[in-house]
Design a binder for this molecule. Structure first.
Ligand SMILES: [Zn+2]
Length: 430
């Protein structure tokens, strides 16, 4: 199976009619492959998801967050110790601020004063994952942006300008390589950009060699039964061993054909489902513990990291606007640009999230057939290095690292795993 491991579904190759997306995806057991195909998990810059659905999926952009939805503790369960009132008062003011730019200023001011990490860690786990979930995720994005800018020694405009110049240089170089001569024409530059865009970050498998379409109906039926059994075992195992990662059976979707077609191990459909196929079913049959990190990667890594916005995508969009002389609001990312400037960042974070849970082998000597976060991090680091102006790579890594250290859900070991990879693969010490 592809080394890409867990991917999210690619966005459509051509823009789809927004009307094709039904505004009713709330029911937890829903499995609509046509809809999964159309949904980009990120609400940012997405021309295919109507605003009403984006608001439902990711929360409204400029309005205060909703009321406290933390469920009451079940009978017999000790309620969590509430944090002191001043721990939440800053967050209440933050949530009440309707302007995103102003919310960014609030976080930047706390970062400058060295207080932001403390603001986050002052909340209880239940608060961070309940009433203040959206606010914390967005604040972490701003914290990451702040650290990225600080490491660059400049501001967003200067970083975007540097990236715009780099992309122009790269396109010119590519056009020249293709025989355009010392001064390529605008058409030749356009052609080079299109080809650079086709350097697919998520490689799809050879469709004629897929396993599922060659199985007989009876064999497919047997696999479906194995899948259903694996789903039951896996959900029960995670809920028993890792109550901090509650998973329902209906959140796990078995779809051998689609997972294989995408060259994935599993993917998050953007609707809080983890879709699995051959690899994860076989891993669960060996030992359900082998698949825990994959489910947490999909349902907690991507879901938590993607709630705010993508720092890389924001910088890239600004760079594209400068490079091509268009307004930021008018920049529409192609699928491949989205993969290389949005998805890769969420994927890095999800590998960090699953790091502590992955085991390479068990006590019975079985080897985990699912790829390790370590093995999967390499291609993401290389993507970052090859897509950004060289002097922006360190600031981007530094921003992510600062965020991982500030996020109470990321362990010290997992943050170190990220820093070790940056040193090992890119020679950058964070
Ligand atoms: Zn992923």
């Amino acid at each position: 199976m592809s080394s890409q491991g867990r991917t999210r579904p690619p966005a459509p190759r051509a823009p789809q009619e927004p009307a094709a997306v039904e505004p009713t995806p709330r029911s937890p057991g829903r499995s609509n492959m046509a809809m999964q195909e159309r949904l980009r998990p990120s609400g940012d810059n997405n021309p295919w998801i109507p605003d009403i659905i984006e608001d439902w999926l990711w929360g409204p952009e400029e309005t205060p967050r909703g009321p406290d939805t933390t469920p009451a503790p079940a009978p017999g369960v000790t309620p969590p110790t509430p944090s002191p009132p001043d721990a939440t008062s800053w967050w209440d003011a933050y949530r009440a601020e309707s302007s995103k730019a102003r919310r960014q200023q609030l976080v930047f001011a706390e970062c400058d004063a060295g207080r932001m990490q403390g603001r986050i860690s002052a909340l209880t786990r239940d608060q961070r994952h309940g009433a203040y979930r959206d606010a914390v995720q967005e604040a972490l994005d701003f914290l990451q942006l702040h650290a990225t800018l600080r490491a660059s020694g400049t501001d967003e405009a200067a970083m975007a300008q540097r990236q715009a110049e780099y992309m122009t240089e790269e396109e010119r170089r590519l056009a020249q390589q293709q025989g355009a001569g010392p001064t390529p024409t605008p058409q030749q530059i356009e052609q080079a950009r299109a080809e650079r865009n086709q350097q697919d970050y998520v490689v799809e498998p050879e469709q004629s060699r897929l396993r599922w379409p060659r199985l007989s109906p009876a064999e497919q039926q047997r696999w479906n039964a194995r899948g259903a059994a694996a789903r039951r075992v896996l959900a029960a195992h995670i809920n028993r061993r890792y109550p901090q990662y509650p998973v329902t059976e209906s959140q796990i979707i078995i779809d051998f054909a689609e997972v294989e077609r995408l060259g994935a191990v599993a993917f998050n459909d953007g609707q809080n489902h983890c879709t699995i196929g051959f690899d994860v079913v076989e891993a669960v049959e060996l030992n359900p513990e082998f698949a825990v990190s994959t489910v947490v990667h999909e349902l907690f890594g991507h879901n938590e990291f993607d709630r705010g916005f993508s720092v890389s995508e924001r910088l890239f969009v600004e760079a594209v606007a400068r490079q091509r002389g268009v307004r930021v609001e008018d920049v529409q990312l192609t699928d491949d640009e989205w993969s290389r400037f949005n998805y890769f960042e969420s994927e890095i974070a999800s590998l960090v999230w699953e790091f502590d849970l992955y085991i390479a082998r068990d006590d019975q000597g079985h080897v985990n057939p699912l790829g390790s976060p370590q093995a999967l991090m390499v291609s993401l680091m290389r993507n970052l290095q090859s897509q950004w102006a060289p002097d922006l790579v360190r600031p981007l890594l530094s921003g992510l690292y600062t965020r991982f250290r500030a996020d109470p859900d990321v362990s010290d070991a997992a943050a170190r795993f990220f820093a070790d990879n940056a040193r090992q693969h890119l020679g950058i010490t964070l």
